[in-house]
Every structure is written in C-alpha cells, then in structure tokens.
Write a protein that binds this ligand. Structure first.
Ligand code: NAP
Ligand code: G3H
Length: 495
C-alpha cells in the first residue's frame, strides 16, 4: 500500500529517514469484506508541517459504505461463534504486525498529524500494550451464576454471560489516530462484534494502514472494514445505516451531539471535548506543580482532550506560580515533528486561527500575554496568558492549541464555582500538599476524574475514562469498553 516501507529504523536514523521520504506519496486504499477498495474520488491528506500533499485515501460513495455494513453483518454470526481463545489467536497476528510496523506507523503519523516522531512511536507502543491487556481482560469477563435461593426459590439456575452486540461503527479523532482507533476496534472484535471503522481524515493514512495490516494478518473477511471520506460529507450515511447496533465516537462536542441526534441507534459512547482546570490550592511545591501543569497544558501542542486548559488560583499563589511556569515553558522546543520538537504545528490553519482569535480577544479585553503569543502559519509558540477573566471566551472555550490561561480568583469556593460553570466535565487537577483540602475540593468538582497533584490524563489505559456534561456519555477504559460492546444474555435452567 505505501510505496516504500520504513521498518526496522532506529531513532538515531530519524533525520535521514524523515528527510528521505519528504516527497513520497502514500496512496492508500480502504478495506471492505476482506478486499482492497480504491476510488476515483480521493481525499488529499495534507502534512500540517508545511502543507504539502502527502497522500490520498478513497472518498467512498454511499454504495460502498453500505457494502461495508452488509459485509460486517454477513460476517458477524460466524465470528461470534469462534471461541474467545481462537478469536484472540487470530487477532494476535494483527497485533504482531502492528508491533513490527511501529516505525512505519510512527512515520506516517508524524507526517500526517505533525506529532513528534518519538511521541508517535510511544503511541504505537502504548497501543500494542493496550491490545495485550484487552486480550487478557476479555478472558476475565466470566459469566455470573444465580440460584434464586435468596428469594426462596429452588430448582432454578440462572447463568448470565456477556455476548456481542453485533455490528458496530467506530469513529476516531485526529489526535491519537492509532491509539483511539484501536481502543474502539480491538475490544469490539475480541468480543465477537464486527465493525465499520471511519478514521478522522487527518489520521486516515494511519487508519488505512491498519486495514492493510488486517488484510496481511488474514482476518476473516468482513469482520473489520475501513471506510474513508470527509465526515461532513459521509457522516449521515455512516450513522444512519440500519445494520448498526452500537457506535463508539471520539471527537468534538458539535459532531458528537449531532451524531446522537441523527444516528440510527441510541447505543452510543461519546468521548468529547474538555476544558480541564488545574486548581492550585497552595504554594508549597510550585516547582512540581509547574512541571505537571506545563506537561499537561502543552503536550502535543495542547491537542489533547485531557490537556490542562485553564489554571484557577488566587492572586498571591498566581504571582508565585508564574515564574515556575515560565521556567518550564522556556524548556519547550518549538519546531518540526521531525526534530521531535515539543511544540509543533497544530492540525491546520483553521484550528490555528481559532486559537489565535481566542488569545487576541482576551488581550483586547485586558488579558496579558506573559510568554509566547507569536506564530508562524499554524505553528503557535507556547503561550501563557495571565489575568484572563470569566468574561472572556478563553476562559470557557476549548482551544486545542498551546495556550494556557490563568484565571485569578478570590478563594477556593470561587475556584470550584468557575471550574463547575464550564459546559465541559472531563477531568480536573487539584494541586495541594495537604490531602484534606484536596479531597474536599475534589468532591465538589463536576468532572469524570480528579487528579490530585498530577496532570489530567486518560491513562493508564486500564483506568475507566469518562466525561460528564458536554464532555461525553458512557465510559471507556479497557474493561469498561469490553462491557460497552457486549450485552448480558441470560440462560435460566428449571429443574
Ligand atoms: P471532529 O472534527 O469532531 O472529528 C472526529 C471524527 O468525526 C472524525 O473522524 C471526523 O471525520 C468525524 N466526523 C466529522 N463530521 C462528522 C459527521 N457529521 N458525522 C459523523 N462523523 C463526523 O474532532 P477532531 O478535530 O478529530 O478531534 C478534536 C476534538 O476531539 C476535540 O474537541 C477533542 O477534545 C476531542 N477529543 C476528545 C477525546 C476524548 O476522549 N474525550 C479524545 C480525543 C479528542 P473527518 O476528519 O473526516 O471530518
Ligand atoms: O485527546 C484525548 C485523549 O483521550 C487523551 O489521552 O490523556 O493519554 O493524552 P491522554
């Protein structure tokens, strides 16, 4: 599929490697019913680092998308009938190919979404670990047995096991094109479901590479189908197909809510945006707090749903915290993903313009840029903005870029109130050396997860991961995803 494979590369070879392939064009195909599918209509994939065209994927028609669902339906019963251990054995071949192609996957990711090469490689390795844990956890989903004795009933035995839901639709976002794809795909397949998978357009070279590896691993035809095209054009066709039993979506709030309203099924898991606050309660370990806040705010240039997207603290703590934050921000290299810069171009110019406008509007209303503020096209320097007030959009909107607002408040009650006034409720961080105030504040926060003395983050991947309010619906995490792609089926024996 790719014109040249790039396996077995050492990190030391990175410079030669990334330079030597700048003009390669990836012409990827989709996978439907175990067959390669190309199309006259294609979507061009643009490298965010310089805007060159690096490849194409098919822009599928309604007919082809419907065929993907039909294939998934035809394959489902047979796939579910295969024992769990055998399904794992079959899927393991695919897992091994993903591991063997780690450098190629990381290189495509680097070019496609401007993620630093080492970070991209880490994503591939994290994904392989995710798959291994998924296989183990699937074996632990044992049936439950009941007798009815506790209700005075005898001669009855009820056995309740988890069975596949059927045909699923998985839609993934651009920022973790492998990890957030596999975290939907592998739990669904291992439990006996079949899938139609639609990667984000920026990310679909990685998504279609997964299809190529699935074909090489000889997965049974139809159990895993990859379809591509622009979400705004094929979204309705994708979500309204009659064959769909369940949907797993990760992406923005607007698209997620639209999907919930239009989809054929209401069996939907949504992981959406965030505006995670860091509440700094004391100034006892500012060095440590600053390291966590900066890592949380600027990792992958702020393009993480779980990025720290606002600091809430009091005036005196802010004054003492800021020099520590600036010291950490100064360490962040700005540049190209090929050089493993910490801050790389954001996904496209439209996303950059949105971030820049939020910053400009805040400054026009009295906020002060302490560090950064400058940009070159879609490469935005890590920016720290002080004196952001609740009247400014930067206090509430999700920028998905490397900008961190500081909101100075009177006391802890105000910090909790501003944290909770957000439409988002993904995660929060509370920094405090005393555990009692940290726990009191944590209890009040309306979010999926509170991290005490650490940045907000999804992993380890065995942890449940969820958002409340506009941040999501349903729970992910390995065990939770296995539960969400299965339903309980009972068998009651009367004797
Ligand atoms: P996005 O624009 O909402 O796209 C997400 C996916 O939806 C892509 O595959 C996209 O395809 C597809 N899509 C677009 N329009 C659609 C439609 N009408 N119907 C069905 N699917 C459609 O989000 P993104 O820009 O990729 O990701 C950034 C957002 O995702 C941020 O808000 C971030 O916070 C959130 N996110 C949340 C989590 C979490 O776990 N909570 C994780 C990662 C990201 P195209 O690319 O072809 O448009
Ligand atoms: O972007 C959303 C991801 O789910 C965040 O994952 O916390 O591991 O970066 P992460």
């Amino acid at each position: 599929m790719t014109k040249k494979t790039e396996n077995n590369l050492n990190l030391d070879d990175l410079d030669n490697h990334s330079q030597s392939h700048t003009n390669e064009l990836y012409e990827h195909w989709d996978l439907i019913d175990g067959k390669k599918v190309t199309s006259k209509q294609v979507v061009e994939i643009i490298n965010p680092d310089g805007f060159s065209v690096i490849g194409t994927v098919p822009a599928l028609s309604t007919l082809e998308i419907n065929e993907a669902y039909a294939a998934a339906r035809r394959a489902q019963k047979n796939w579910e009938a295969v024992t769990l251990l055998k399904r794992i054995e079959i899927l393991k071949k695919w897992r091994n190919l993903i591991a063997e192609h780690e450098t190629e996957l990381a290189t495509i990711m680097m070019k496609e979404i401007a993620k630093g090469y080492k970070e991209a490689l880490n994503e591939v390795r994290r994904t392989v670990e995710y798959i291994d844990y998924t296989f183990e956890e699937a074996k632990r989903l044992q049936p439950s047995a009941f007798t009815g004795e506790e209700f005075g009933i005898s001669n009855k035995l009820g056995i309740f096991e988890r069975v596949a839901k059927g045909v699923g639709l998985a839609i993934s976002p651009f920022n973790y094109p492998l990890n957030l794809a596999i975290s939907k795909i592998m739990p669904a397949l291992v439990m006996g479901n079949t899938l139609v998978f639609k990667p984000a357009t920026a990310g679909s070279l990685v998504g279609t590479k997964l299809g190529e590896l699935a074909l090489s691993a000889q997965l049974p035809a139809g159990i895993f189908n990859v379809v591509t095209g622009r979400g705004r054009e094929i979204g309705d066709i994708l979500v309204k197909n009659q064959e769909i039993n369940f949907i797993s979506f990760t992406g923005s709030v607007d698209v997620g809510i639209n999907l919930l309203e239009t989809a054929i099924t209401k069996d939907v898991v949504l992981e959406l945006g965030g505006k995670d606050p860091a509440l700094v309660l004391d100034d006892l370990q500012l060095d440590k707090y600053a390291k966590q806040i900066v890592a949380g705010a600027y990792g992958y240039s702020g393009q993480r749903c779980t990025a720290i997207k606002r600091v809430l603290t009091t005036d005196p703590i802010a004054d003492r915290l800021i020099p520590h934050l600036i010291k950490e921000i100064d360490k962040l290299a700005v540049g190209s993903p090929k050089e493993n810069a910490a801050i790389t171009p954001v996904i496209d110019q439209k996303a950059a313009n949105y971030v820049l406008k939020l910053m400009d509007d805040a400054v026009a209303d009295g906020a002060k840029v302490l560090v950064g503020g400058q940009h070159r096209a879609n490469l935005i320097w890590p920016t720290l903005v002080d004196h952001v007030t609740p009247k400014m959009a930067l206090a509430w909107e999700e920028p998905f870029g490397p900008v961190l607002p500081i909101i100075r408040l009177k006391n802890r009650d105000e910090m909790i109130a501003v944290a909770n006034a957000s439409k988002f409720g993904l995660q929060a961080s509370v920094f405090s050396q005393e555990i009692t105030p940290a726990l009191i504040v944590a209890k009040e926060l309306e979010v999926g997860t509170v991290n005490i003395n650490g940045k907000s983050q999804r992993g380890p991947d065995s942890f449940p991961f969820l958002g409340v309010k506009d941040s999501g619906f349903g729970v992910q995490g390995i065990r939770e995803t296995l539960l969400s792609v299965t339903r309980v089926k009972g068998l009651v024996i009367n004797y």
